[in-house]
Design a protein around this ligand. Structure first.
Ligand SMILES: C[S@@+](CC[C@H](N)C(=O)[O-])C[C@H]1O[C@@H](n2cnc3c(N)ncnc32)[C@H](O)[C@@H]1O
Length: 476
């Protein structure tokens, strides 16, 4: 099959990692389809790349909708599975988890896969959303205008789509978004163009915590606009003052807005957080999870689905309690800890918890959150897990439980042999990527006498391919 060849009338067999469609072609190779692939739809595809064992392709034509496509929402990048029946989404995710561990059968014939836990809220579940300002393009007609605030068009980074609401955030967030968009548009100031380094408006980020209902807003602008555009009619001070006034009016109108920032980003890089000006309210907002209170600032890492974060964290703790009964544990290592939420939840069953995290900001805010909750037996180490483990073991320090929650890339290869040296009765692995989870589990099973006790997937992000999985490993 040649590059750019069109393959007509083919059925998407299934969805695999990262929501890619999977088809088998007549030459025996498989093609992975990026884009809006849905199992059992009949499509024409174009071969974009030829690899040694497979092709990469995209859909050019949908001939027949899939039987699991029951809705007809306008699709957007944050929710590409929006039209797939929710029960079918769950089946796809469960199948992906089980399939990703297929090769592990070599070490363990029977794996106890518990059924995926469905999300209670399929809409308005995100507590954080980030929109970009950009040139507007319509998904309905061929309209092109100069201004919009939403998600980038898939595959066209310089363009932004034209929707007025996002179903993954709640109505208050949508109202604030529309008011802000209207204000920015009517200001006459142009959107920022990263390639040309021109324009003013850059990003808009909003957090609305589920339990506290607190809202935090960051509006990012390019302050260099006034210097770059020598002949502009806009006065810098007057323009900024107008923005501040508008944001303060928003705070009066929406009582849940507790923190408002302008981010003055003079750099070309596409970063939301730059020179931060607190325009109104407090530096941080708060959220309560499992009885603990957390301060969350513009930069803080926090699970984007608070309600479901509670379910995930409870699951991790119950995996421990189910297996350890009421046996006392002394030291818990909370590896890849973020702000240490999981570690803090274990503070009441351990003598000490050591939370290890790469990002300094996250470790610092973890420390503050522990103090805020009067937790004194959790310490925060700002280090790479792979380096921390070597040093910790060299000092002959012990651990009784390992909790591992790595980023998508999974564990660093040099960390894997070291986690086995502790010989803990149980390891709990939390993963956001079935592929790297299964790779790391393979290593653990091949090189130790651990076995997988159970595997439980949690659907924290309906309408997306994302899956969180919790695995309990125990000594044989
Ligand atoms: C999936 S998040 C886990 C967050 C946390 N357990 C929670 O539930 O909030 C992964 C974390 O690992 C951190 N990280 C990435 N690579 C790391 C490394 N090599 N060593 C330590 N931490 C790392 C990231 O900064 C991120 O906070």
């Amino acid at each position: 099959m040649k590059k750019w060849a069109i393959v007509e009338n083919i059925t998407v067999e299934k969805l695999v990692f990262w929501g890619k469609g999977f088809v088998r072609l007549e030459d025996g190779k498989v093609a992975f389809i990026t884009g809006w692939a849905i199992p059992w739809s009949r499509v024409d595809i174009k071969i974009n790349k030829k690899r040694k064992d497979f092709y990469e392709a995209q859909i050019v034509n949908v001939l027949e909708k899939s039987r699991i496509e029951t809705e007809s929402y306008d699709l957007f990048p944050g929710a590409p599975w929006m039209n797939i029946d929710y029960n079918e989404q769950l089946k796809i995710k469960q199948a992906q988890i089980e399939e990703s561990m297929f090769h592990i059968k070599k070490y363990q014939e029977k794996i106890n896969f518990l059924p995926i836990i469905a999300a209670p809220d399929q809409f308005a579940y995100r507590n954080k959303i980030e929109f970009s300002f950009g040139k507007y393009i319509s998904h309905r007609d061929d309209i092109r205008q100069e201004f919009n605030v939403w998600f980038h068009k898939r595959g066209e980074f310089s363009k932004v789509e034209d929707y007025d609401e996002c179903l993954l955030i709640d109505e208050i967030q949508n109202q604030i978004y529309r008011e802000l968009k209207e204000f920015c548009k009517s200001s006459g100031l142009p959107v920022y163009d990263q390639k040309m380094n021109t324009g003013f408006w850059r990003h808009f980020m909003m957090r609305r915590m589920h339990f506290s209902e607190d809202i935090l807003i960051v509006l990012s602008i390019s302050p260099g606009f006034f210097q770059r555009e020598e002949n502009t009619d806009f006065d810098e001070n007057a323009s900024l003052e107008k923005i501040r006034e508008f944001l303060k009016e928003l705070v009066i109108k929406y009582s849940h807005i507790k923190s408002v920032y302008i981010s003055h980003n003079s750099n070309k890089s596409d970063t939301l957080i730059w020179e931060m000006e607190l325009v109104s309210g407090n530096e941080v907002i708060t959220e309560t999870l499992l009885g603990l209170t957390f301060d969350i600032g513009p930069k803080s890492f926090f699970q984007t689905n608070s309600k479901w974060a509670e379910v995930l964290y409870n699951l991790v703790k119950n995996f421990f309690l189910d297996y350890q009964n009421d046996e006392k544990i002394w030291t818990v290592l909370d590896l890849y800890a973020g702000t240490g939420t999981i570690g803090m939840i274990f503070a009441d069953v351990a003598d000490e918890v050591v939370s290890v995290e790469l990002v300094e900001e996250a470790s610092k805010s973890g420390k503050k959150n522990a103090q805020k909750n009067s937790i004194s037996n959790v310490s925060f180490v700002n280090a790479k897990v792979e380096e921390f483990l070597g040093t910790y073991l060299d000092q002959n320090k012990k651990a009784d439980l390992l909790i591992i929650d790595p980023p998508r890339a999974g564990m660093h290869p040099s960390a894997l042999p070291n986690i086995l040296k502790f010989g803990t009765r149980q390891i709990i692995y939390v993963s956001c990527n079935p592929a790297t989870l299964s790779r790391d589990l393979w290593y653990i099973l091949e090189n130790s006498d651990y076995k997988i006790e159970k595997v439980q997937a949690v659907d924290m992000f309906p309408h997306t391919h994302h899956i969180e999985t919790v695995v309990s490993l125990i000594k044989k």
